[in-house]
Design a protein around this ligand. Structure first.
Ligand SMILES: Cc1cc2nc3c(=O)[nH]c(=O)nc-3n(C[C@H](O)[C@H](O)[C@H](O)COP(=O)(O)O)c2cc1C
Length: 130
């Protein structure tokens, strides 16, 4: 069964290059595990969407939750899915525009079409926070 998890977490003093390190680990590991998704970092908080076989995503969630580079992992949504929203993304970094005015518009372009409207709303709401 395919599952999709959406969570947020806190990393207020994480150096930017750690985000790069997380993305390279993801690029290496996720294809092997059949995991796809997207990652946003606003300088203080992460939001990540993870999808794949339930057993793989649950195991990765355990690994990620134990990662000392962030804390306060809280799952916003967890659902079974028929199709992946991000089939082509081992872990896509979604950039948050500097200007609040253009954030929504930029996100609408970057986020995949095949996202449940409620999930999309949670991601957009996160991205427009300061
Ligand atoms: C916010 C956040 C997101 C992460 N996402 C992933 C991920 O999608 N895939 C992954 O393999 N590791 C991810 N990690 C890193 C894992 O916690 C862990 O460090 C890594 O899987 C270990 O991989 P390695 O054994 O190849 O070094 C993430 C870490 C953080 C803090």
């Amino acid at each position: 069964m395919l599952s999709q998890y959406l969570y947020i977490s806190t990393a207020p003093t994480l150096p930017r290059e750690e985000v790069e390190a997380i993305l390279s680990a993801s690029a290496q590991n996720n294809p092997v595990r059949g995991i796809t998704g997207l990652l946003l970092f606003n300088g203080r908080n992460f939001l990540q969407l993870l999808e794949g076989e339930e057993s793989e995503v649950a195991a990765l969630m355990d690994t990620i939750t134990a990662d000392p580079r962030h804390s306060g992992v809280s799952v916003l949504d967890r659902r079974g899915i028929d199709q992946r929203a991000c089939p082509d993304w081992a872990m896509k970094r979604v950039m948050i525009a500097e200007s609040i005015a253009s954030r929504r518009e930029m996100l609408e372009q970057e986020l995949p079409d095949n996202l449940d409207p409620d999930v999309r709303k949670m991601i957009v709401n996160f991205a427009v926070l300061n």
